[in-house]
Design a binder for this molecule. Structure first.
Ligand code: NAD
Length: 502
């Protein structure tokens, strides 16, 4: 059975889980797991087969209001739990996530498509993120300030939890991204209403279960799905919600940021990027080139390119353009596409049908404007949302590919004449999330690290996201950070208490 994208919404129907590995879907509202809700339902499908996995209940205003009220109650309860006890509970949640990693990774792959090994890494890394945030719960230090005048006993500057948070996460890392938000917000003492992407709700549902089973009060975590625009408008306007945190596209981030600003609510936006990679001359030949290509092709096609910090634009010295592009395209062509459950698979399907349409638009526009298509460019003729690993060279700056994040398996290789010109091109877009460079020369490494404008610059590797490091962008790529000590502070307010002698 195949289901077209527009048929996914509606009420009723007879879709049953096609596999016992995929759970019955429910929302978590006011301490109850709901298998039905007033907003109807939609079907979640397996992107590798286009077959239905399960029905997802959708929240309407009644459930959303109940979730917001519950979050307020949960906040009153959870904020009073001492930081050390929050730490103990969150560490337990991380441990449960590790114990359940195999089961959760299978569900993740079924609904999102990525290879099982990647899914398993995502789950265990998420447990590490929660661990780090749990530790940070104990380190929300304040400071004492010396009074200027007599009669004042103390000035104390502290950090207090901001309040109930409305959190929105996309489908590309359906355990990792909710873990960042839930881990940080709960560590800070906040409650959360989380809305995962409707394409991948089960991963988040199983994550929420880990937190609840670990002892987080049921009212402190509500999980809803629904019509995204309606859910976000409704929740952001609710008086109980104090903060909005979104991971998603620049367009949705701007929209939600505007809505939050209207109510002077705190806002964190982890948004899209368009990561450049500068290959310095000293790494564009011989063993250096082998090293760059191996890392680049793996990083580019990880999660089928559906990664916000995925490398997109590769800048190489003009003399090496031909060899670099040919070898890149040859390696991309060799990647084994297939179901993420198949151990031989190196690249899974795109996550939903709309991504395929979007890839085709990127390709048509680039070809139409004279970019050289070296490999790929087409949907794969088989069930599932598979798109060929695609490589372009010498795309004009006016192509959509050179201006907007493809968020899929498309790379573009561009020549440069001087390192300054490469830096200028790398910085030319209004985004700045991940950026990368390869060089053996320490001086060039520092020069590139300083000159490339991005929230995270990786020199000689692509691993900029680690639980201990802040993750975030500049310019239109976002506001605020997640992970690391920085992650938790965005869920706090500063409060000053000064005490005088009576
Ligand atoms: P999206 O912006 O369409 O959706 C993100 C989330 O917001 C989803 O849960 C969606 O349902 C919800 N949403 C809330 N209000 C909405 C509204 N009015 N309209 C539409 N959606 C609304 O993003 P996506 O396509 O699901 O995810 C891909 C994007 O996420 C890419 O741009 C990617 O770069 C970005 N991303 C950023 C990071 C980061 O940390 N910077 C990480 C992963 C993905």
């Amino acid at each position: 059975m195949r289901i077209s994208d527009h048929a996914l919404w509606g009420v009723g129907g007879t879709v049953r889980s096609m596999t016992s590995s995929y759970p019955t879907l429910s929302l978590h509202v006011a301490g109850h797991w709901l298998t039905q809700a007033s907003g109807g339902e939609r079907v979640v499908i397996n992107p590798a087969t286009e077959e239905p996995l399960a029905r997802l209940p959708l929240a309407g205003p009644a459930e959303l209001a109940a979730a917001a009220e519950s979050a307020q109650r949960g906040f009153e309860q959870w904020r009073r739990v001492r930081p050390h006890d929050r730490y103990v509970t969150l560490r337990r949640a991380a441990e449960l996530l590790r114990q359940r990693a195999d089961e959760i990774a299978t569900v993740l792959t079924l609904e999102q498509g990525k290879p099982l090994a990647e899914a398993k890494r995502e789950v265990t890394l998420s447990a590490d993120i929660i661990d780090v945030q749990a530790e940070e719960a104990k380190r929300l230090y304040g400071r004492g300030v010396a009074p200027r005048v007599d009669g004042i006993l103390s000035h104390t500057v502290t950090r207090v939890p901001v309040g109930p948070v409305a959190a929105f996460t996309p489908w590309n890392f359906p355990v990792n991204l909710p873990s960042r938000k839930l881990g940080s917000a709960l560590a800070a003492g906040c409650s959360v209403v989380i809305k995962p992407a409707e394409e991948t709700p089960a991963s988040c549902m199983l994550l929420v279960r880990c937190f609840l089973d670990a002892g987080v009060p049921p009212d402190a975590i509500n999980m809803v799905c629904g019509d995204p625009a309606q859910v976000s408008s409704f929740l952001i306007e609710r008086p109980e919600i104090a903060k909005v945190s979104v991971t998603g596209s620049v367009a949705v981030g701007k929209l939600l940021g505007e809505q939050a600003a209207r109510h002077v609510k705190r806002f964190t936006g982890e948004l899209g990027g368009h990561a450049p990679v500068i290959v310095a001359e000293d790494m564009a030949e011989g063993a250096g080139l082998d090293f760059v290509l191996k890392q680049s092709v793996t990083a580019k096609y990880r999660n089928a390119g559906q990664v916000c910090a995925s490398p997109i634009r590769f800048y190489v010295p003009r003399a090496q353009l031909a060899v670099f592009s040919e070898r890149f395209a040859a390696a991309a062509q060799k990647l084994q596409l297939g179901s993420g459950l198949d151990a031989a698979t190196q690249m899974g399907p795109l996550s939903h049908a709309r991504r395929i349409d979007d890839m085709e638009r990127f390709v048509d526009d680039a070809v139409g404007q004279g970019a050289r298509l070296l490999t790929g460019g087409h949907r794969v003729a088989r069930p599932g949302f598979f798109f060929e690993p695609t490589v372009f060279a010498e795309a004009p700056a006016s192509t959509r590919l050179m201006q907007q994040e493809p968020f899929g398996p498309i790379a573009v290789i561009q020549p440069y004449d001087t390192l300054d010109a490469a830096i200028e091109q790398a910085n030319a877009l209004p985004y700045g999330l991940g950026a990368y460079a390869f060089t053996r020369d320490l001086h060039t490494a520092h020069r590139l690290g300083e000159a490339i404008e991005a929230g995270m610059v990786g020199i000689n590797h692509f691993g900029v996201s680690q639980p201990e490091l802040p993750f975030g962008g500049i310019r239109e790529s976002g506001i605020g950070h997640e992970q690391g000590p920085e992650g938790i502070t965005h869920y706090t307010e500063i409060k000053t208490i000064t005490v005088g002698r009576p």
